[in-house]
Design a protein around this ligand. Structure first.
Ligand SMILES: [Zn+2]
Length: 310
């Protein structure tokens, strides 16, 4: 079956400055890895701009319009918080990052592809409804989930997040809706500080499994196979969306988990198998973090290889 790769050159124009870990070299590394011969079968499409209506399903319209209106002069970036920056190209990049996630949903829902990977930036899972945060402007995975529900009528949508950081924004947007499910494994203590096991959503539709600094593949695999996957199975999603961050890799400079590239292949395989059982195979993946270029590229490659086996 076919896998779509959705990206856009505008995502490289979100310029965070010379020393920022979330820089365009990340996306270049991922896309270079996906140029290998084994990926020649990917259906490649450009990410459209998300519409204001699509973004306003998870963010207040005033927030969407305010972010899109921030158009700094070339070379005069604006600091939104201590680590979230907007440059001249950021508004378009953010709209295309969310639009790429929407397009990935369209690809699997209209049957054009069975799975889809949105290789986009800025990332999204820290973006709160009314607050940019942690390198994130719009919550790409949440925008995709609500698009699936509103436009395609998908009854139950799950976002699963194996980024090393907790997806506080996605949790906030999902926690009071019983037809949305959010699950995360993440390092604790670590940024942003949320994601305790006691945070379960109003209907048990949120599941958080914190891992300790220096935990590696065995602890990660146990968290997913013993806790998250059984609850996800019980939720019976009709569409699975992955917040695919690769910063839990041992080589990543931003956190202290010790996953190997093979662990990302393993989790992808588990999630694809679950999507086969519940979602007619439909799985959408959206790039989040990952800050060591070599391990990011290698991990994204095994992830996409796993999606192509769907
Ligand atoms: Zn992260």
């Amino acid at each position: 079956m076919t896998t779509a790769l959705i990206t856009h050159p505008a995502c490289l124009e979100h310029d965070t400055g010379p020393y920022h870990p979330e820089n365009s070299e990340r996306l270049r590394a991922v896309l270079a890895a996906l140029e290998a011969e084994e990926f020649s079968m990917l259906l490649r499409e450009k990410a459209p701009l998300a519409t204001i209506d699509q973004l306003a399903r998870v963010h207040p319209r005033a927030y969407v319009e305010a972010i899109l209106a921030i158009q700094p002069e070339l070379g005069q970036p604006i600091q939104l918080d201590s680590d979230t920056v907007m440059s001249a190209g950021s508004a378009e990049a953010a709209a295309r990052a969310a639009g790429g996630a929407v397009k990935a949903v369209d690809a699997v829902m209209n049957g054009w592809a069975r799975s889809a990977f949105a290789a986009v930036r800025p990332p999204g899972h820290h973006a709160e409804p009314s607050r940019p945060m942690g390198f994130c402007l719009f919550n790409n995975a949440a925008v995709a989930a609500l698009h699936a529900r509103v436009h395609w009528g998908v009854e139950r949508v799950a976002v699963v997040d194996f980024d090393v950081h907790h997806g506080n924004g996605t949790q906030t947007m999902f926690e009071s809706d019983p037809n949305l499910f959010y699950a995360s494994s993440h390092q604790s203590p670590c940024y942003p500080g949320t994601g305790a096991p006691s945070e379960r959503g109003t209907s048990g539709n949120v599941i958080n499994v914190p891992l300790h600094p220096r935990d590696g593949g065995p602890a990660f695999r146990a968290a997913w196979s013993k806790t998250i996957l059984p609850l996800l199975e019980a939720f019976r999603p009709r569409l699975l969306i992955i917040s695919a961050g690769f910063d839990a890799h041992v080589a990543d400079p931003l956190a202290q988990l010790r996953l190997e590239t093979a662990d990302f292949a393993w989790i992808t395989e588990q999630l694809v198998a679950l999507a086969d059982r519940h979602c007619d195979g439909r799985v959408v993946s959206v790039l989040e973090g990952g800050y060591d270029l070599d391990s990011l590229a290698a991990s994204a490659a095994v992830h996409v290889r796993g999606l192509m086996r769907a």
